[in-house]
Design a protein around this ligand. Structure first.
Ligand code: ACO
Length: 283
């Protein structure tokens, strides 16, 4: 593609069977993140967040890349040429959608189909689960062009990997292939490329059978308690459950108890209750 891609064309999406399939859509630039893409991504995920027909969001990339990180030309060189105000504006636009995704109302899955570099670790971490193709490659390539892994990338590496692995990864700038990324903790699973969408679809459909209000409370709890003392976490989890009981208008926990204790139609240890039987679909 020789002509400049319009802002609204930098992200593609479709909603199918309860899943929003969102794609970085600059394959000709290996889906690197420009200010335009960052603005458009925030718009797209915001529009999808509270739709009733969306229960899970999957983020993947068009073409051979998931995302080749920040756009060295449009995000760095061109904004730096405009001064500090433009730099801060570009940073805010990028961080805004990563943060939105970290606390997204629906469960999010990174489906890493190819290259994932540097700034790409922001949205990678923002997604609750991550699956990749065996031939995908992950790298903190910042060291290779003379910067440190900023924009949260260092934080992501140390959150997901043990210290020695994170340090090696950041200092050497060597790429990890899918199975190595799985072993290092960057993704849940690495699978053959031709099985990636099938596996992600399966996980998404399994999630969709669960109570969606409970999924939101649970994903937030996992992220929040990491930064708390044990005592604070205990207290937070009581408050979070009580808030969930208010937010879940389908009263899922009461239905779950009823189907197990009274109806004896399922066992919580072996699967989820049938939410279609619940009083109202409040989730
Ligand atoms: N920023 C700006 N342009 C990029 C980026 C990027 N991060 N990544 C790819 N492109 C552009 C290339 O300049 C090229 O543009 P052109 O067609 O106008 O020449 C086009 O995308 C295609 O890229 P190629 O390098 O030709 O693609 P190839 O498939 O051979 O290689 C690879 C893919 C390995 C991802 C390579 O493009 C690359 O190394 N990209 C940079 C990765 C990187 O280090 N990103 C920054 C991480 S640090 C951070 O995000 C803060």
């Amino acid at each position: 593609m020789t002509t400049e891609r319009a802002e609204q064309d930098t992200v593609a999406f479709e909603v199918r069977d309860g899943v929003a399939w969102v794609k970085f859509n600059r394959p000709e630039k290996r889906n690197c993140m420009s200010p335009k893409l960052n603005r458009q991504m925030l718009r797209v995920i915001t529009d999808l967040e509270f739709r009733d027909d969306v229960g899970v969001l999957v983020l993947s990339g068009e073409g051979t890349a998931w995302s080749a990180g920040m756009d060295l030309k449009e995000y760095f060189r061109e904004t730096e040429a405009q001064g500090l105000g433009a730099i801060r504006q570009a940073q805010r636009e990028a961080y805004a959608w990563w943060e939105r995704l970290r606390w997204y109302q629906k469960v999010t899955i990174a489906m890493v189909n190819g290259w994932c570099f540097g700034g790409g670790y922001g949205p990678l971490f923002a997604c609750d689960l991550a699956f990749c193709a065996d031939d995908a490659q992950f790298g903190l390539s910042e060291i290779n062009w003379g910067i440190l892994p900023g924009g949260g990338a260092t934080k992501v590496a140390t959150e997901l990997m043990p210290m020695r692995k994170a340090m090696y990864h950041a200092l050497l700038g060597e790429n990890l292939k899918g199975p190595q990324a799985e072993a290092a903790g960057l993704v849940n699973e690495s699978v053959p490329a031709d099985k990636l969408e099938e596996r992600v679809t399966e996980v998404a459909q399994n999630l969709l059978r669960k109570n969606l209000a409970t999924l939101k409370a649970t994903k937030d709890a996992v992220r929040r308690v990491r930064e708390m003392t044990y005592g604070n976490a205990e207290d937070y989890l009581i408050r979070a459950q009580e808030a969930l009981s208010w937010h879940d208008k389908s009263e899922g926990r009461l239905e779950g108890m009823k189907q197990f204790l009274d109806d004896k139609t399922y066992k919580p240890g072996l699967g989820e209750y049938d939410k279609s039987e619940a009083a109202s679909a409040g989730d």
